[in-house]
Write a protein that binds this ligand. Structure first.
Ligand SMILES: Cc1ncc(COP(=O)(O)O)c(C=O)c1O
Length: 401
């Protein structure tokens, strides 16, 4: 009898966490390493949010279990957030709070997928989507969003991917790993397709909602097409918007039946998300929102710095993202070359490995996100570090033969 569960053999560890761990280990061993793998803001959590967490500890409010799906005050604040920012009406009974957006997604997929159910995942995708679907016993159906189309899938591609077994479409805008966003006309083209297929549910991963640049306007599917709201889970969280990745608070809103099923699952796994963090998230949503505009301005400046730096590297083609804090350049022109250190760049993983070994810059290779040959840089780090990284990448590219 096998000791480990068969389900585990279907999945792999997160490639982004693996790169981050490797960079950390090399650094600890004394190497001069620049880690551009981690997907989290480099800022500290704003002071008013931290203070709310401390107060929750000191006043004893954080001492006990809370309701499995979150404290009523936070649910009310989330309901108000959806109304204020997205024009969406969700009652507290249609909201669940989890340990990060990641748990909300996990719960939704585990609570709904039966063997053979298909989940459409546009590529390049966030690394966890396909593995969560596989763990739940479903079948990921990957649809490629080409670089030439701004990394977006087209309505024709969506139509062609839908079958009677399609249960979910996962949409992530702005996207990890590309930073690409679906503007209203692109979103509407997809929601029109979805309206023709009532069996398909929509999982809208809006975690990067507030990190949008230039004149890009964020929209979410249930807002663009109210007819889809009864089969949409709108997921969001405080991790990226308020520099709170470590606090682990995410939330989802959708039909009560789905939310109840997700809460049932959560009641038999983690129970409530951390009580301290829930009070901190409450302060984030109810307090001053200045931090969002400030961080957005910083990230936009860094995006411009990185896009310019990478565009100066021979063989790298770097589109300009609309949001998030990632760039996802193509290295198609570098495949087949050999690095100064003697590594043949046979694919993007070889590129990332040689880059780390020869220059100390840690990036994540595109195959991990389902679209090659590319790599992802997270530019959530200081301007000086980014300038240094771009200079090293340029020297590396110039040394390729
Ligand atoms: C696209 C996307 N969705 C969801 C998450 C989950 O974030 P969290 O669990 O911190 O809320 C992440 C985090 O990296 C992400 O990039």
């Amino acid at each position: 009898m096998a000791f480990l569960a068969d389900a585990l053999a279907r999945i792999k560890p997160s490639a982004t966490i693996a790169v981050t761990d490797k960079a950390r280990a090399l650094k600890a061993a004394g190497r001069d390493v620049i880690g551009l793998g981690a997907g989290e803001p480099d800022f500290d959590t704003p002071a008013n949010i931290k203070a709310a967490g401390i107060k929750a500890i000191e006043t004893g409010k954080a001492a006990k279990y809370t309701a499995v799906d979150g404290i009523p005050e936070l649910k009310a604040a989330i309901s108000a957030k959806f109304k204020r920012e997205n024009g969406l009406d969700y009652k507290p009974s249609q909201i669940i709070i989890g340990t990060g957006g990641k748990q909300v997604l996990f719960n939704a997929l585990m609570a709904t997928i039966n063997p053979g159910d298909e989940v459409i995942i546009p590529a390049p995708y966030w690394v966890s989507y396909p593995d969560m679907v596989l763990l739940a016993g479903g079948t990921p159906v990957v649809v490629e969003g080409a670089m030439q189309n701004g990394y977006r899938i087209t309505p024709e591609q969506l139509e062609a991917a839908i079958t009677p077994r399609t249960k979910w479409l996962i949409l992530n805008s702005p996207s990890n790993p590309t930073g690409a966003g679906y503007a209203i006309e692109h979103m509407r083209a997809l929601t029109q397709v979805l309206m023709r297929h009532p069996q398909v549910w929509v999982l809208a991963d809006d975690i990067y909602e507030h990190l949008v640049f230039d004149d890009f306007r964020f929209v979410t599917p249930a807002q663009v097409e109210p007819g889809l709201k009864s089969r949409t889970l709108t997921m969001n969280g405080v991790s990226k918007a308020y520099a709170m990745t470590g606090w682990r608070i995410g939330y989802g809103a959708g039909p009560e039946e789905l939310i109840r099923a997700m809460a049932k699952l959560q009641s038999q796994s983690t129970s409530n998300p951390c009580s301290i963090s829930q009070y901190a998230a409450l302060a984030a949503l109810q307090g001053p929102q200045d931090y969002i505009a400030e961080s957005r301005a910083v990230f936009q400046r860094r995006r411009d710095l990185v896009v310019a730096g990478l565009s100066a590297c021979p063989g790298i083609d770097c589109p300009v993202p609309q949001g998030a804090f990632y760039v996802y350049p193509s290295i198609a022109a570098l495949i087949g070359k050999t690095s100064a250190g003697g590594t043949q760049i046979v694919h993007d993983e070889a590129f990332a490995t040689a880059l780390l070994n020869e220059t100390g810059v840690a990036v994540v290779f595109g195959a991990a996100f389902g679209l090659s040959p590319h790599f992802r840089i997270s530019y959530a780090t200081s301007d000086a570090v980014l300038a240094d990284a771009c200079a090293r990448i340029r020297a590396f590219c110039e040394g390729l033969r």
